[in-house]
Design a protein around this ligand. Structure first.
Ligand code: AMP
Ligand code: ZN
Length: 664
């Protein structure tokens, strides 16, 4: 055998052994024999670098070091999942799905919700070419080198895989490996890791891949995205992924009824503690991919999936003190300061009490022993008081009447659960909060400037609003504490660079109440520049799809304010973007202005996503189900018959693909 042949043989043997060991849990040779073969291959590869192969099993041991993880845009967005915490919520969702689809026998696939770090793997011609973390869903970090060391991630697929696809999964650290790692750390006198999930996601960002290779990480897959994969259902997707060599847990069930879904949940709620890895719920998905496609996505998550969260762990602890926080909009949030307690792997010291009603509802008092729970939210919540432990002579909580920061009397408007400090321009946390929001990643994303520096700049009297950032000079900054030449320069440059941030993000950065990212995008699209938006009245605003009264009056109020108008005009003079770019404008028409179109079926010349985008770029709105408000139904191939009947009964005109394209 030539050395090339030996290399090929060893590679394919080791691949098979890896698969037997890590995916199937059925090793056929000893660890010792495996290591011998691996060593031999390593030697041969070093000797013959011309036979380098990016999917060689030797890459499993790591070695490459990544200094900075490159940011990459996902081929397809990675969405979140909607959560439900009760069986009723879940059943409501299932009913809603049946109604929208006009099908009483929708099939669902149930899978466990693995609790780790999300990952998207890209395969081309059967080879792993990229592994990217979820990041913000649109883009994440390229962690390919590290992921290649995870033994259950196939570097080379088998059988009839599609030419190109992405597969999504979760990188987890099984309990046993986690415990082992911690035992070793303790032995070495190091702090143990808190929980498997954080350790798993932390591992992906280690610079030295050989350290990652030593961690017993596992990768569990659940979803394939890509064109022409030849897959018709979620269930088939799981089966195919297994065939191609991925690790897909066998705990999953194809359910023909809501009852079957519930019994799967009930079973695993109890039995999940016997699983080798952490799970925090069940993910229920509409099985048919065509139906999934019909249901589509909200701005955050698929409409065709729902996570049912297992009931959270609960502990009791002492509430030492209630303090109050002032947000950037002046809203007051009461905070419970707790005697530190371990809950679901993290130490909890504080919990949000939401508002005054919440406190009086549970009659929560300082000195009480309270029950704390960690639900889906990151911040734990107080779910009750242990009245048997209430100390004698305890008094009901008196909610504050004045702002804890500036002393202004608090205001609570009808229908709003929160109290507000209305000292918009004089209350320090509001001033700094607005600036901190302005510079944040999703807004102006100003590099070289962080929340603490904003705090300091404000205290030093250098800034009182975000427009002031643009006049900061290096000379002003240098005398400040911990401000070196380089950091001062970075700050000034970071601020200057932000003038290229597009209009919709600037609009979001302004911090107008109720104007989040999505609303900012809508407003930017509708008005195209700030001058048009500034003169819009409430009536104009609510005429835009999905802009309600509350948002409209907040926008009008913001621009009615002389001080805000001045800040905007100053920002403009510094070169900040206040209109859509040429390119953004070019692709837009208002041919479908005021119309709502529902899309159904499969299309020939255009994907469903493109079609929906086309509707939006033409000024129209995409509706999710047919109602009397629907202007047109755009019907592709294989549209459900119930949709047609419904459209006909409501006299909603039906457009073919061709007719639609002509229209726009
Ligand atoms: P969340 O972060 O709560 O919005 O939940 C969404 C995340 O759940 C996704 O990013 C996935 O990585 C993760 N997840 C875990 N198990 C599954 C599963 N079986 N199907 C879909 N997503 C899952
Ligand atoms: Zn105040």
């Amino acid at each position: 055998m030539t050395e090339k042949e030996q290399i090929d043989k060893l590679r394919s043997e080791l691949r098979a052994h890896n698969h037997n060991y890590y995916d199937l849990d059925e090793p056929v040779i000893s660890d010792f024999e495996f290591d011998e073969k691996l060593k031999k291959l390593q030697l041969l590869e070093t000797k013959n670098p011309e036979f380098y192969d990016p999917s060689s099993p030797t890459l499993r041991v790591g070695g490459a070091v990544t200094k900075n993880f490159e940011t990459v845009v996902h081929n397809e967005r990675m969405y979140s999942l909607d959560n439900s915490y009760s069986k009723e919520d879940l059943e409501d969702w299932e009913k809603r799905i049946q109604r929208i689809l006009g099908d009483d026998n929708v099939e669902f696939t149930c899978e466990l919700k693995y609790d780790g770090a999300s990952i998207s793997l890209t395969y081309e011609e059967g080879r792993l070419v990229r592994a990217v973390t979820r990041g913000d869903g649109f883009q994440g970090d390229n962690v390919t080198t590290n992921v290649k060391t995870i033994k259950s991630v196939p570097l080379q697929l088998k059988d009839n895989f599609p030419a190109k696809f992405d597969i999504r999964g979760e990188i987890v650290l099984p309990f046993e490996g986690f415990a082992q790692m911690n035992a070793e750390r303790l032995e070495n006198g190091e702090e143990p890791y808190m929980n498997p999930r954080n350790t798993a996601s932390g591992s992906l960002k280690l610079q030295d891949s050989s350290l990652v290779a030593k961690r017993p990480l596992d990768c569990l897959l659940y979803g394939i995205v890509g064109q022409n994969t030849g897959i018709a259902t979620q269930w088939q997707m799981l089966e195919k992924a297994r065939e191609w060599g991925f690790k897909v847990p066998s705990v999953a069930k194809l359910c023909k009824s809501t009852d079957e879904v519930l019994s799967f949940i009930n079973h695993w709620d109890v039995n999940r503690h016997n699983l080798p890895y952490e799970t925090d719920g069940v993910v229920v998905k509409v099985n048919s991919l065509q139906q999934q496609d019909e249901l589509g996505f909200t701005s955050k998550s698929p409409r065709w999936a729902m996570a049912y969260k297992f009931k959270a762990e609960q502990v009791s602890t002492l509430l030492n003190e209630i303090t109050y926080q002032v947000g950037r909009t002046g809203s007051i949030t009461p905070v419970a300061n707790l005697e530190p307690v371990l809950l679901a792997g993290t130490t909890v010291k504080r919990a949000s009490l939401h508002n005054a009603d919440q406190i009086s509802k549970f009659d929560i008092r300082e000195g009480d022993t309270v029950f704390v729970e960690k639900g889906g939210e990151i911040i734990p919540k107080i779910v009750g008081v242990d009245f048997t432990q209430r100390p004698k002579g305890s008094e009901p909580t008196q909610y504050i009447e004045n702002c804890p920061e500036c002393g202004t009397e608090l205001l609570r408007t009808e229908g709003d659960a929160k109290h507000y400090c209305i000292n918009y321009y004089g209350c320090p946390p509001q001033i700094t909060g607005r600036i901190q929001h302005f510079i944040s990643r999703k807004a102006m994303d100003i590099e070289g400037l962080g929340s603490e520096t904003v705090e300091m700049l404000y205290q030093e009297g250098l800034i009182t609003n975000y427009a002031d950032l643009y006049t900061l000079t290096k000379e002003q900054l240098l005398p400040l504490e911990r401000m070196a030449e380089k950091s001062a320069e970075n700050l000034v440059n970071g601020v200057q660079a932000s003038v290229s941030i597009p209009f919709e993000r600037v609009l979001f950065a302004l911090g107008i109440r109720f104007v989040g990212e999505t609303v900012a995008k809508k407003l930017a699209k509708a008005y195209k520049n700030i001058d048009a938006l500034m003169v819009a009245n409430e009536e104009d605003l609510v005429a835009i799809n999905e802009i309600g009264q509350r948002i409209a009056s907040s926008v009008v109020e913001f621009f009615d304010n002389e001080a805000n108008r001045e800040i905007v005009s100053r920002l403009k003079s510094y070169g900040v973007q206040f209109s859509l770019s040429e390119e953004q404008l070019e692709n837009q028409t208002d041919k479908l202005k005021g119309l709502t179109l529902v899309v159904s079926g499969i299309f020939e010349s255009i994907s469903r996503t493109e079609l929906k985008k086309l509707i939006e770029n033409s000024g129209g709105k995409v509706g999710s189900s047919i109602s009397s408000k629907t202007s047109y139904l755009v019907a592709g191939d294989k549209m459900g018959p119930s949709k047609r009947t419904k459209a006909e009964s409501l006299s909603v005109p039906i457009l073919t693909e061709e007719e639609f394209l002509k229209m726009v």
